[in-house]
Design a binder for this molecule. Sequence first.
Ligand SMILES: C[S@@+](CC[C@H](N)C(=O)[O-])C[C@H]1O[C@@H](n2cnc3c(N)ncnc32)[C@H](O)[C@@H]1O
Length: 299
Amino acid sequence: MRLRLQDSRVYKVLIINYMECGIFCIFATLWQNYTFRSLPILEISTFSETLGIIKTVNKMIKEKIISAYELMAEKYNELIDHKPHNAYYDRPNTLQLLPNVSGKIILDAACGPGKYAEILIEKGATVIGFDISPKMVELAKKRNKEKGTFFVHDLSSPISMIETNSCDIVLCALALHYIKDWTFTIREFHRVLKDKGTFVLSIEHPFNDYIFFKSKKYFEVENAKCTWKGFGQPIEVNSFRRPLNECITPLTDNGFYIDKLVEPKPTIEFEKLDPRHYKELNEFPAFMCIRAIKRIGDE
Ligand SMILES: C[S@@+](CC[C@H](N)C(=O)[O-])C[C@H]1O[C@@H](n2cnc3c(N)ncnc32)[C@H](O)[C@@H]1O
């Protein structure tokens, strides 16, 4: 129908209708946005913003961890052969969980300056090692001369350079406490291991960390930090404190069974170098070592 603009009655009615319609539309839009859209949109954006903040914070923590290890790498390498907590506490207890390594392919994840690799190569293993700290990787290469393969890599990224079902053993010593969520890393270890392959790890003991960091949230995985004074200048080291359950479930939920768990004690050499900590470690564990085996099928 064509409107005759000169027809003022029709014009008025139309204007009123149009205004009513507009007001109705405005109210309807506001109401709909408020009831059906605004709230979820607000929730979604808050959720994604929170996720974004968490990611940024975790990235910052990772950068701090890298800087700390870059800073201490030389000194760490210099001391690692005889530093009591490593040489006479972690290493003997972790190494005793490995099967015979001769002729085996071992992935040394977070290899540091390659001390474990050196021992394992000496025993006849082929070692592939990686670490997030470029300086650590350089030192691992230097320590092991032409033997072994070492590269810079992050435990939380896909180890795509390593084939599926290609390793006999994965070793991850004193490093998983730098990873907040273990799921992805454990799945990657599971992927690269052959069936029934062995995964050996050592970490800071969850009970010791709970006390040391004076946590009030046992069941949470929390960012924790402390200052290390044993590697030259004082260095702040960030890590993630976690409950025992968060050390076991990521393994059992992702294709491993726990074969052995060790709450280590220091060897006698420790006592001569550091009698105070020797006594303490004989009373309460600071580390925990686990041997897990890759399950096959529905095992
Ligand atoms: C305490 S040192 C242990 C080194 C070696 N496994 C050993 O026991 O001699 C921890 C190592 O983990 C490495 N690291 C920390 N976060 C990492 C990550 N996200 N990916 C790979 N390596 C990491 C550090 O650079 C450091 O070399």
